[in-house]
Design a protein around this ligand. Structure first.
Ligand SMILES: C[S@@+](CC[C@H](N)C(=O)[O-])C[C@H]1O[C@@H](n2cnc3c(N)ncnc32)[C@H](O)[C@@H]1O
Length: 287
């Protein structure tokens, strides 16, 4: 709880000013997994909602913060294997809104970054349903920070591009490879594991060196975070050897070289809490 003397606390203020109305849908970004990366508005809305439609990427620790009385509907998607189709999810949002429920559509990361939040919002507009969108920390930002990788850096990278590594229904990955292979930038591939061979082949064919450093981050910012640093040439072998599984990000660029220097062993959020608790019980100091 946030407390301030003599003033309404921020959470109370926002609850009073931004209530979730009956018949309204809030499309809310849950961030990459660590509940410490939820926004205050996201927290307030998941505590007000009476129905939560949530994705596979929303962590169990975040689901623990949801209004205990809320109905929970899992509409998660794994590539090629949908619990509920996108069309059915859209239709369900409208049905629930017409029943005057207070609905949170909770999505991993940011709803408008490879999250189909745009498609859902369009459907709501087309059906005259009131809605709001709450941004979340996208996985690229969360995972990179937790792994000691600044996505831009004046010495190494003047831009960062978020790229989908997966197209609808296994369409081929047609990207502007010449632009992506140019030096001085960071590329973050979402959903890229399956197409890693194409990513390597095309980036190298367009001039990027096989020595270019690459980071793989699976389940970043969660207690299961698994990270490896490799090179473009060894990317496929690393994925197989270390058995990387979705959700994984592939970060390609010189900034990955900083990962060692900037790594934070007991990084933040729940990891620090856990390390401190372990250190205290052992009578020692955390790393
Ligand atoms: C459908 S996209 C959703 C992206 C999400 N809207 C966001 O802003 O992060 C799913 C992909 O995001 C990436 N992703 C999401 N959460 C992740 C996490 N905690 N660690 C690593 N990658 C993650 C993976 O590439 C995954 O396949």
């Amino acid at each position: 709880m946030i407390i301030s003397q003599g003033k309404k606390c921020l959470v109370e203020f926002q609850m009073a000013e931004q209530p979730l109305r009956a018949g309204e849908v809030a499309i809310v970004g849950a961030g990459p997994g660590d509940p410490g990366l939820l926004t205050l508005r996201a927290l307030m809305l998941i505590q007000q909602a009476d129905v939560i439609l949530y994705d596979r990427l929303v962590s169990p620790q975040i689901m623990e913060l949801v209004n205990p009385a809320a109905e929970r509907i899992h509409v998660g998607k794994a590539s090629g294997c949908h619990f509920v189709s996108q069309e059915d999810t859209n239709a369900l949002l409208v049905q629930l809104a017409l029943k005057r429920r207070r609905i949170v559509r909770l999505k991993g990361g940011d709803p408008y970054i490879f999250g189909r939040g745009g498609e859902e919002a369009e459907f709501l507009v087309d059906n005259n349903i009131e809605f709001q969108v709450v941004p979340g920390i996208t996985s690229a930002a969360g995972c990179a920070s937790y792994c000691g990788i600044p996505l831009t850096h004046r010495d190494y990278s003047q831009s960062v591009t978020f790229v989908t590594g997966h197209r609808k229904s296994d369409e081929t990955l047609e990207l502007n490879w010449a632009v992506l292979a140019a030096p001085g930038q960071t590329r973050v591939f979402y959903m890229g594991l399956h197409n890693a061979p194409t990513i390597v082949r095309e980036l190298m064919a367009h001039g990027l060196s096989g020595d270019c450093p690459v980071a793989l981050v699976e389940r970043g910012t969660t207690p299961q975070q698994h990270m490896a640093v490799t090179t473009l040439l060894d990317l496929e072998a690393t994925i197989i050897r270390e058995n990387f599984q979705p959700p994984t990000l592939i970060i390609v660029g010189e900034v990955v070289r900083l990962a060692d220097k900037l790594a934070q062993p007991a990084v933040s959020g729940w990891q620090r809490g856990r390390c401190d608790a372990v250190a205290a019980s052992a009578g020692g100091r955390s790393a």
